[in-house]
Design a binder for this molecule. Sequence first.
Ligand code: HEM
Length: 456
Amino acid sequence: MTELPPKPKAREGRVSLRQYAKLFRQDILSAQPAKLYHAWMAEFRTPFFRSFLINQPELLKTVLKERPMDFPKSGRISEGLRPLLGESVFLTNGETWLRQRRIIDPAFEGGRLRDTYPAMWQASLAAQKRLAAQVGQEVEIEEIASHAAADVIFRTLFSIPIEDEIASEVFREFRAYQRSQPILNVAAFLPLPRWMPRFFRRDTKAAAKRIRGLIKQLTDKRMAEIQAGTAPDDLATKIMTTKDPETGETFTSEEMVDQVAIFFLAGHETSASALAWALYLMALYPDWQEKLAEEAQSLGLSGAFSEVSKLRLTRDVFRETLRLYPPVPMMVREATCPEQFRDRKVPVGAQIVLSPWHLHRHDRIWSDPDAFKPERWQGEEAKTCGRDAYLPFSAGPRVCTGAGFAMVEGVLLLAVLLRDLRVERVPGKDPIPEAHLTVRARDGIVLKLRKRTAEN
Ligand code: HEM
């Protein structure tokens, strides 16, 4: 039988709130019971609030697509992220959020991706070059993927590579920030009293301030270039010069800091996680790795945007990776009206947990849910389950702004890396998935790198 890709052990039996909090802090995936892979809905009662996890496609449709304004983002998430992200589009609700999306969305539209592509292409070549220098070695691929994804963000947003002084400083500070803020992981879902997540550690706050200070240098400089008419035509210029079609206003330099912080956080952690897992899966299933290498080689990639749509197998592998290891494993919304979900009454203030992690491996929806089967994306399942039970980028008006961007970036990086290099598993070092803000591996993802030559 083909080996299944790694999946964390589910929690066994019932646990007290205190035990749950402890498990949750360690990893939000293994803290959950196995029944969530089978149930349409589950309820968690806590002394502080009630929360409902929903897996049923109709309910997900109600919350995300039909009545999203009745289910705003939960304030519990905002608390944890606010020192870093301020009033960014990821955290806001209502009118503020609508206005921000009106300004941001045009920068990520399909046509615009074509303009962004050359910067992505350069970033993928740079990543390939960095990896090629480590052939023959065991490498920690999450670190490398983070570096590559951060490079993509800086090149596409500000036309600067990751080697730029401020860019590399932001990247370094972000890593320190992520290490220093354990509360961030728990704040979103844990049944803690409202005041709890406000206790940020002092170093976390200081790191957030430093990161924002660095980003402010970039947005101030860009604002000056826009005013002088010398700004490059990249995503930052596009966003900073787009007028809200309703009010005619543009973002101030300060507001742009919030948005850049989220583009960086949402756009590099997630893409890095997806790329790292995709490369691991290629090491686990070498037949697929060969197919992808062949596909990239036969296309003779030259940097033309039209080539990406021809990387069909690579896209199927990337989609399957996002199904098995959705970088954002869970999302939380809040009920603002009393609701009836299935046979349960959902009170105002209840937390609604949407879990791509469980939905994507739901045993009543997907065939062979834990198996790696990229071919499913060419069959009937792609249409049905792909539409109803696949939420790596969420769905509805609040869908990830970078979804199209990320699909091009991920497929391109995978193709360019596998065209020239081969990745291999290292015995005894298979990764164990766990999730804090994104799905990562407990001890990283270690792979051996080989040069791809005609003979091997
Ligand atoms: C594989 C890569 C990515 C994945 C899996 C991903 C996933 C997601 C998900 C699930 C959400 C919704 C979160 C929620 O509702 O709680 C989201 C939101 C968002 N993402 Fe992504 N994302 C990716 C890449 C990107 C990139 C590259 C960018 C930008 C450059 C980006 C920018 C955003 C923003 C701004 C939001 C907030 C949208 C809103 O709330 O209106 N993401 N992303």
